[in-house]
Ligand binder design. Structure first.
Ligand SMILES: [Zn+2]
Length: 371
């Protein structure tokens, strides 16, 4: 009888292991088949009426310039099919409640100045240790604010990154919009995680262009590019269950159209001139379409690439970008499928038991974030 139980337990454990280890809890969005004809991308605007936004003419100009730029950089024909504008509130209603709860549980509220942000520090340290974010990439973006960072131990580096990130975020929180209220109000529209989880709902678009500011801190998906600007995000491409390619893109035009003082330190992408604004937005959107359709990654070391992380490249408004010196397939990050945009299988399946993934493993979730 005892032998029976031993065999029984071994069988059950073995079966459990196959079930557990055979299915990646955070699978990668697979590379789509594109076919021959032009790619049609469904675009919508999501407007927060507290803030200024691009005019209709400017928005159409962004789409036209993007189509040209996508052809130039990726050799891809894209067309845009527009949906009626949404309000930001209508858009956020598309996020299923369990996805919203998880997103907010991963968002990080800065403690009062002087209190150490322990949870944020350990989350950044985990992401450095597991190789999700390399020290070299952190240095590339934070070298001015973290002297001696290359010689720091992981914990000290994570501490410096967290403090830079939260100083910037507190600065955003102190800014007042043209309507007289704070730019970051009591809504969750500025939370990156909410945008990252938007695609778990029935989002019938591939691209959302919003005049909303996205600036926040999270205990997952740390981006060295956005930390120096207080977690501000100009664009992101993440998972979408209703996306034609399993992905969706968000582009934020907030800093182009809202004059809230000198943002030089927080957001070097602030432009108020219409021609420059539309050009910059089109380059940002082109970069995101590289993630969205081709699942391209970030070629950190080739400044000719539109897919090079955007802040340093696009501020020169495309000067130095050269598609001929950054061809598709020319390096691993420029090979379609490189982006590794992941989703939470369990959340997608049933938006399952919350709390289960509130651990270091969430560091593997999330899409590509750009400033
Ligand atoms: Zn990117």
């Amino acid at each position: 009888m005892r032998k029976f139980w031993v065999v029984f337990v071994v069988l059950i454990v073995g079966f459990g292991a196959v079930v557990y280890f055979g299915r990646d809890p955070f699978p990668v969005v697979p590379l789509p088949e594109l076919g021959d004809g032009p790619v049609t991308l469904r675009v919508v605007r999501a407007i927060n009426d507290r803030f200024n936004s691009l005019s209709e003419e400017e928005f159409e100009s962004v789409l036209d310039q993007t189509a040209r730029s996508v052809r130039f950089h990726f050799g891809l024909e894209v067309r845009f099919e527009r949906g009626d504008d949404y309000t930001i509130a209508e858009l956020f209603q598309l996020i299923p409640e369990p996805a919203e709860e998880l997103a907010l549980s991963l968002s990080y509220t800065p403690p009062p100045s002087g209190v150490s942000p322990e949870e944020l520090i350990s989350s950044i340290a985990v992401q450095i240790e597991n190789g999700r974010v390399s020290t070299a990439n952190i240095l590339r973006f934070l070298e001015a604010s973290i002297p001696g960072a290359s010689r720091m131990r992981t914990k000290d580096l994570a501490e410096s990154v967290a403090s830079t990130w939260l100083d910037g975020l507190r600065a955003w929180q102190g800014l007042v919009a043209e309507d007289g209220d704070q730019v970051i109000d009591s809504s969750n529209y500025h939370q990156y995680a909410m945008w990252d989880f938007l695609g778990y709902g029935h989002l019938p678009f591939d691209i959302v262009v919003t005049n909303q500011l996205a600036a926040s801190a999270e205990r997952y998906a740390f981006s060295p590019a956005s930390a120096p600007s207080g977690g501000q995000m100009g664009g992101l491409t993440g998972y979408s269950r209703k996306g034609q390619y399993g992905t969706y893109t968000m582009l934020s035009t907030f800093t182009y159209t809202n004059d809230i003082g000198d943002l030089t330190k927080l957001s070097p992408g602030q432009f108020l001139d219409s021609a420059i604004t539309t050009r910059h937005a089109a380059l940002m959107l082109t970069h995101e379409i590289g993630h969205l359709v081709l699942l391209l990654g970030h070629p950190w070391n080739n400044p000719n690439c539109i897919m090079s992380p955007s802040r340093p490249r696009l501020n020169g408004l495309s000067s130095g970008l050269d598609a001929a010196k950054c061809k598709i397939g020319s390096e691993p990050a420029m090979t379609p499928g490189a982006a590794n945009i992941r989703y939470d299988r369990d959340l997608r399946g049933r938006l399952g038991p919350l709390g289960r993934f509130k651990s270091a493993v969430v560091a593997f979730m999330g899409g590509q974030a750009d400033v």
